[in-house]
Structures are given as structure tokens and as C-alpha cells.
Design a binder for this molecule. Structure first.
Ligand code: NAD
Length: 368
């Protein structure tokens, strides 16, 4: 059997810097855990525009469709701000998500004990937090038609349409139930069935999928506004939250702040299974290209490294190895290793991107 394949699209700004640390970790798994990957690299975002005049070349898109998983760094930068909308770096990322049909966006909100004081909430509310928000990513109000701004009578009207089909709801619900089975076995579905018909259908379909296929998983429903409140009141009551594109956008950002720094947040976007049973998959840190610190060795590589841990778990069925990598991150944080973004108001001396990579590799070695 051939090795699993990875396409690395490091992108712009700090993307290549944080991805360099991930590449060392991929090599470590090949050398020390007998898990070799076939790794190829290509361009996305501003660097692809500089070379090809487009933020994602067709050949790169085709390669992304063929590999077992895509690892992405970050895209964007001020030098691309004036480009036409269709050429902006972010369009490369959107094209990948759309053409790979990555409908299920997984955003874990996990609070490492060593960083609990970073949260805007009290330590006892967030310490040990480990929840997963599953956001529908390819439909809903960001895509629904009709949309636009037109004039009615003597004033302008802005229109967007929230539209979900049964099958779109069912597939993201299945994705959430499958995840819950690997975690705490609980799903909370969030919508606004009290005021939106699309929310009524959402609740009906999630309930049907649950009854027919996942009755072993505990399911609850919550209005999304209450969900937002509960997330900051008592986030540990949740295991997996599944919600639509708009509510997921807001709720996952709120949940992210429970955990502190942007440099710590991984994500996965998954689609339907390919012929080999693995889902179409793209893994990326939540943060952007951070032009303010790019090229200075200051970036925190942990979000990108934890995104690779998600790849191990969700694409390569290597949950124990993902646990190992997450535990290595936990160990270095507990030992006090901090990139600049992780220093509290009391300060201290930060380590560089590469030094953080060194520490995590040492912790991986120590785990053997
Ligand atoms: P950003 O996430 O790049 O940075 C926000 C702040 O967080 C900055 O101060 C930055 O220094 C800091 N930061 C982010 N990641 C960090 C890390 N790993 N380690 C340490 N500090 C980190 O968001 P922004 O400044 O709004 O956007 C910058 C560029 O990135 C823009 O061009 C934007 O369009 C793009 N962007 C891309 C993505 C993506 O690729 N998925 C996401 C968001 C923004």
C-alpha cells in the first residue's frame, strides 16, 4: 500500500514559518512512529497570485482533489488589499473549500490548563474545557439566492436568503454524530426554530437522522441565542455543537476566545468520503497570515501543529498519535514554554517559532 498523501499549501506571511514546524513533526512521525507520508507542496493565496496571476492555480486545485489531506498555513497580506475581489488571496481558500465540497467545519475549543488564565472567563469555567463546534460551511445565508441590494420605491433594500435542503442538514448532522461517538457522545444542535422556518426544518432533520441512525448518541436542541449565552456561562456542559453557517461563524469565534490566543486554534474542514473511505479534508489554523509579525520568528506554530493532530485523528484514523501530539503540546506549555503571544501581562522571555517546534519535538521524543 502507498503512503498516505499530504499536500502542503503554506501560503503567505507566517504561514510558511508555522508550517516549517509542522513539516518537522511530519518527518518525526515517519522516522519514529513508522508513519511515512508522501508530502508535496504548492502555492496558495498571494504567493500563488505573484507567480501565476491567480490565488489558486488549476493544477493546484486538481492536486488538492487527489491527496488524502491538504494542510494549509494562512493567506493574505496588505500588498494584496487593492486586488480585484476575484483575485484576492482569500479566494484561493474559498475555491478549495467549495470545489472540495467541505461542508463540515470542525473548530475545537480546548483550554490547556497552563493557559487557563488567558481566557476572558474565570479559570474554573474554562480549565479543562474540550468542546467541538461543527459548522455547516457550504450553504445557508452566505450562499442562498436571491441576494443583493436593489431599490424598492424610494429606498434601497439588502437581501440575503437563508436556505437549507434536507440533505445539506442531514450530512452535517451525521458528521456531528460521528464525531460525538469518538468523544463524549453528546450533540447539541443549535438553530432558531422559534422564528425561522429553516430552523424548524433543521431541528426536524437532525431529530430524524438521530432516531434512524444515531440513537446511541445523546441529542439536545437549543436556540442559538441561548447557545451563545450558555457558551460563556457554562461551556463545559457541551461536547459537540452542530449548527448552520451563520450561527456557526459567530458561535465558533465566541468559543475560540474562551481559550485565549489565536495562535492556539486549529480547524478541520471535511467533505464526503473518497473512494478510500477517507473524507475530503483541509486542515488549517484559524489565524491569518499575521503580517505584523511575519518573518520575525515570533509566530506561535501550535495552531498549525494542532491542525496536523486533527489530520492524524480524522483523516488517518490515528487517534492515539493525535493524543500523543496534543499531550506533547500540553507538556511544553506546562513547562512554561511561551511564544510572544502567550506571555501574560507579567511578561517573561518569549521563545521563537523554531524553539517552540524544538520543544514539542523533544516532548514527542520523551513520549516514546
Ligand atoms: P491575523 O489572524 O493574521 O492576526 C491577528 C493578530 O493575531 C495579529 O496581531 C497577529 O500578529 C496575531 N497572530 C495571529 N496568528 C498568530 C500566531 N500564530 N502567533 C502569534 N500571533 C498571531 O488576522 P488579521 O491581522 O486580521 O489578518 C491578516 C491577514 O490574514 C489579512 O490579509 C487577512 O485577510 C488574512 N486572514 C487569513 C486567514 C486564513 O488564511 N484563513 C484568516 C484570517 C485572516
Amino acid at each position: 500500500m502507498s503512503n498516505p498523501s499530504l499536500l502542503i499549501l503554506a501560503g503567505d506571511g507566517i504561514g510558511p514559518e508555522v508550517m516549517d514546524e509542522v513539516k518537522r513533526i511530519i518527518t518525526w512521525y515517519g522516522d519514529k512512529r513508522d508513519m511515512p507520508f508522501d508530502v508535496s507542496e504548492d502555492l496558495v493565496g498571494g504567493c500563488a497570485y505573484d507567480k501565476h496571476g491567480t490565488p489558486l492555480h488549476d493544477d493546484t486545485m486538481a492536486r488538492a482533489q487527489e491527496v488524502d489531506a491538504v494542510l494549509l498555513g494562512a493567506v493574505g497580506g496588505p500588498q494584496y488589499d487593492d486586488l480585484d475581489f476575484s483575485l484576492k488571496p482569500e479566494r484561493g481558500l474559498l475555491r478549495l473549500r467549495k470545489e472540495m465540497d467541505l461542508f463540515s467545519n470542525l473548530r475545537p475549543a480546548q483550554c490547556f490548563d497552563a493557559l487557563a488564565d488567558f481566557s476572558s472567563l474565570k479559570r474554573d469555567i474554562v480549565a479543562g474545557l474540550d468542546i467541538m463546534i461543527v459548522r455547516e460551511l457550504t450553504s445557508g445565508v452566505y450562499f442562498g439566492e436571491p441576494r443583493g441590494i436593489h431599490t424598492e420605491g424610494n429606498e434601497r433594500v439588502g437581501i440575503n436568503t437563508q436556505r437549507y435542503t434536507e440533505s445539506e442538514i442531514a450530512r452535517v448532522a451525521r458528521s456531528a454524530f460521528e464525531l460525538a461517538r469518538r468523544r463524549g457522545n453528546k450533540v447539541c444542535s443549535m438553530e432558531k426554530a422559534n422564528v425561522m422556518e429553516s430552523g424548524v426544518l433543521w431541528r426536524q432533520v437532525v431529530t430524524e437522522v438521530h432516531e434512524k441512525e444515531y440513537s446511541d448518541v445523546e441529542l439536545s436542541h437549543m436556540y442559538a441565542d441561548n447557545g451563545a449565552m450558555q457558551l460563556v456561562r457554562n461551556p463545559k456542559q457541551f461536547d459537540v455543537i452542530v449548527t448552520d453557517n451563520l450561527f456557526g461563524d459567530l458561535l465558533s469565534d465566541a468559543a475560540a476566545m474562551l481559550t485565549g490566543s489565536l495562535g492556539m486554534l486549529p480547524s478541520a474542514s471535511l467533505g464526503l468520503p473518497m473512494a478510500n473511505g477517507r473524507p475530503k479534508a483541509l486542515y488549517e489554523p484559524v489565524h491569518g497570515s499575521a503580517p505584523d509579525i511575519a518573518g520575525q520568528g515570533k509566530a506561535n506554530p501550535i495552531a498549525c501543529i494542532l491542525s496536523f493532530a486533527m489530520a492524524l485523528r480524522y483523516s488517518f484514523d490515528a487517534g492515539a498519535e493525535a493524543d500523543r501530539l496534543e499531550a506533547a503540546v500540553e507538556t511544553v506549555l506546562a513547562d512554561g514554554a511561551r511564544t510572544a503571544d502567550l506571555l501574560g501581562p507579567e511578561g517573561g522571555s518569549p521563545i521563537s517559532t523554531t524553539q517552540m517546534g524544538d520543544r514539542i519535538l523533544a516532548a514527542l521524543d520523551a513520549s516514546l
